[in-house]
Design a protein around this ligand. Structure first.
Ligand code: FBP
Length: 291
């Protein structure tokens, strides 16, 4: 919890220093106390960017000291990122070549068969990531019965969704019910990587339905696509806190603290990995051979 609060405060400080004004349209913990609440505007410029923030995804892996904790932000022109409340969302995420066969409403076996064919691999080699939750027992059984390879993960469906669009990450599909804020972040990342997400809100109470409607979402059962959640011109950044499928985690070294960040942009078609050394005061010599 201390790390989550620290990440939130640090991200708020960094966004306040941005050259443009940012407006928070969705955030984990964005209706509670502290900085980065939904509706907050930071910075003083006339140019406004909408942002969706998740200062720390994966409190549990961080507390356990295992892989899977990330700090993330998506930004875009006003109106480009879907303003979602904190609730659940059903999602399925794949790489670009499988986008045309993606159908969140199709039976799981047919869906996976189509995705495997679109990716040009046998169904038994298709790696399907699902959050390990009791609500996914039936989904997990369906994935197994279909003959695909099931990977149950303890947390982190944004990074699993991004992994589906990264060749070396060993993930082909991420599906199931996870957070809606996480859904918009995954949509922004997949928009930059040419991947695809389909999603649908998964309200668990009348109050959540009313919250969606109060936020201007009339058809709460609508199928949402990548473009519905992340429009043209979005950018996405994720810094690993602990390690993960495509980024190295924070490393404290003699010359400072080393971080690795993925920065992507949908319009410029650029994907960058930035290694940063946050230098420590003192006379230690800096190591630039960071690998
Ligand atoms: P954190 O609370 O540790 O940030 O968990 C992140 C996460 O695993 C997301 O990746 C996922 O979308 C969501 O939680 C699932 O929610 P729940 O834990 O309630 O099933």
């Amino acid at each position: 919890m201390a790390a989550a609060l620290g990440a939130r405060a640090a991200m708020a400080e960094a966004l306040s220093d941005a050259s443009d004004k940012v407006r928070v349209v969705a955030a984990r913990g964005g209706s509670g106390p502290g900085p980065l609440r939904v509706g907050d505007e930071l910075g003083a410029s006339d140019e406004v960017w909408d942002v969706v923030v998740l200062p720390l995804e994966g409190m549990e892996p961080l507390a356990r000291g295992v892989d899977g904790a990330l700090s993330m932000v998506a930004a875009g022109p006003p109106g480009s990122l879907l303003a979602v409340p904190e609730m659940y969302m059903q999602k399925v995420m794949v790489a670009g070549p499988a986008a045309r066969v993606l159908d969140i409403d199709a039976p799981v076996d047919r869906s996976l068969k189509n995705i495997a064919a679109a990716l040009g691999k046998p169904l038994e080699d298709l790696v399907v990531v699902v959050l390990d939750r009791p609500r996914h027992e039936e989904l997990a059984a369906q994935v197994r019965e279909a003959g695909a390879r099931l990977r149950l993960i303890p947390d982190g469906d944004v990074s699993a969704g991004i992994a589906a669009a990264v060749r070396e990450a060993g993930v082909d599909v991420c599906m199931g019910i996870g957070g809606a804020v996480e859904g918009v972040l995954a949509a922004a990342a997949l928009r930059c990587l040419g991947g695809e997400i389909q999603a649908r809100f998964w309200p668990v109470s009348r109050r959540q339905v009313e919250r969606l409607q109060a936020g201007g979402i009339d058809d709460v059962e609508a199928k949402l696509t990548t473009a519905d959640m992340a429009g043209e011109g979005v950018v996405f950044a994720a810094t690993a806190v602990t390690g993960g499928r495509f980024l190295r985690g924070v490393e404290a070294r003699a010359d400072g603290v080393r971080t690795e960040t993925l920065v992507m942009c949908s319009r410029c078609h650029v994907v960058r990995t930035i290694q940063t050394l946050h230098r420590q005061d003192g006379d230690n010599r800096v190591h630039l051979d960071t690998r």
